[in-house]
Design a protein around this ligand. Sequence first.
Ligand SMILES: [Zn+2]
Length: 179
Amino acid sequence: MNCPYCGYYDSKVIDSRDVNDGIRRRRQCLSCGSRFTTYERLQPVSLFVVKKDQRREEFNRDKLLSGIRKACEKRPLPAGTVDKLIDDIEAELYQLGKAEIPTSVLGDIVMEKLKSLDYIAYIRFASVYREFTDITALKQEVDTLLDNEAKPSQSTSQLPLIPAEQTVGLAKSHRRHRR
Ligand SMILES: [Zn+2]
């Protein structure tokens, strides 16, 4: 690996550490002294993502990365967060030990991770992935998320946005069979 600054062919390793399934090496150019990083990663066997219509597509790390980048755009996340996230997701996928993974499983893994990272990013990703068809479905998702700090639900004359079992207060009353 040539030095990215001066092109010299030789460098020494000054630090080396395991990252998920790879090794990260910090190197220093023997000519100009600049430092740079290389990653060594096992080339995994192909992994395919199976779409809803049963079409198969080779898993594409870059495609997933750009989707998540978009979801995390302008969110106050420390540098490197998204890359770390992708590494984790990729590692998890390969650990499943399967040659094919339904998009729904992939989507769930991503959403699970985003949820604990940043709500806005999560909602953005979910709205694309779950293809929310109308604002009600999106609102429902947001409501579920905000449940902890939820204020008393809106006027009871409105149709419930969430299933009856979840509307604790209302579920008991006689309005249940009114829908
Ligand atoms: Zn150099």
